[in-house]
Design a protein around this ligand. Structure first.
Ligand code: ZN
Ligand code: ZN
Length: 275
């Protein structure tokens, strides 16, 4: 059956985003930070770090954003090619588009964490049309955490959330396995281990976090999460993580107190601007 190239491209764009959304939903809902399995452990930690300090995504390179997506989609394409070679050559526009957007989904996710001063007019226009998720739109995921899992196309989120798609999937998972989802912590749930970076993120045009700063955040999160079955009531690491975050906050807090009052406001987009 012949399908017009434009239709192939549009369907692949929407499907790549939905597949990415399903992986994101799976990570957020069933992948525990303390999981002790190769690959999954670093995916879980990266994901938790992103929810703890969403702007950490800006510390990585474009190539690093494809660390997992590129091998997964390449493997998928190889399997399709081996099983149904005619399919790839019959619908080349579909498969090329699906490959490109599946591999680059985290790059587009990164774009949704850029502030007004960090983006460019082309991206801004795509986000204004909802073709790529805008900062405001994606920030809702970090504040409410049980919705807007798709990272590319805003209209997928409107549709899937309205259809209660994610709750339906969770119900199916529950029927099949008995597992119930665990929600990611919201941005403000981490308030006690927020650092100077979180303070800095209140600015309209914050600093881009460095790799060293992100490593420090990873360490704070590790101490806060207390993996390996320790008894939380006896564990003092929560306190030490507080001390650590306090130390990290100290160096910038004075600077920020001087300029944050004029650069931040408490309008309704205040929370959204944090992430
Ligand atoms: Zn998430
Ligand atoms: Zn995000």
């Amino acid at each position: 059956m012949k399908i017009h190239p434009i239709i192939q491209i549009l369907v692949a764009f929407v499907l790549a985003d939905i597949m990415g959304g399903i992986l994101h939903w799976g990570e957020d809902s069933y992948l525990d930070y303390c999981v002790d399995l190769p690959i999954l452990d670093s995916i879980a930690r990266d994901n938790e770090l992103h929810h703890y300090f969403p702007r950490s995504i800006l510390a990585y390179s474009y190539l690093e954003h494809m660390t997992y997506t590129l091998p997964i989609i390449t493997l998928f394409m190889c399997i399709v090619y081996l099983l149904y070679p005619k399919l790839i050559f019959g619908y080349p526009y579909f498969f090329v588009t699906f490959f490109v957007f599946s591999a680059s989904i985290n790059i587009i996710h990164r774009f949704s964490h850029l502030r007004e001063c960090e983006t460019n007019p082309f991206l801004k226009q795509l986000q204004k049309w909802g073709i790529f998720c805008s900062h405001e739109h994606h920030s809702i995921h970090h504040v409410k955490v049980d919705q807007k899992y798709c990272g590319i196309f805003e209209y997928n989120n409107y549709l899937l959330d309205a259809l209660h798609f994610w709750r339906g999937l969770e119900y199916i998972v529950f029927l099949l396995t008995g597992l119930t989802p665990t929600r990611k912590s919201r941005y403000e749930d981490y308030a006690e281990i927020h650092t100077h970076l979180h303070e800095n993120a209140k600015l309209k045009c914050p600093d881009v976090p460095t790799r060293e700063e992100v490593k420090e955040l990873e360490e704070i999160l590790k101490q806060y999460k207390k993996c390996k079955g320790k008894d939380p009531s006896k564990d003092s690491s929560k306190d030490s993580s507080k001390d650590l975050s306090k130390d990290l906050s100290k160096d910038l807090s004075n600077d920020l107190s001087n300029n944050s009052s004029k650069d931040t406001d408490h309008s309704k987009d205040y929370l959204i601007r944090l992430v």
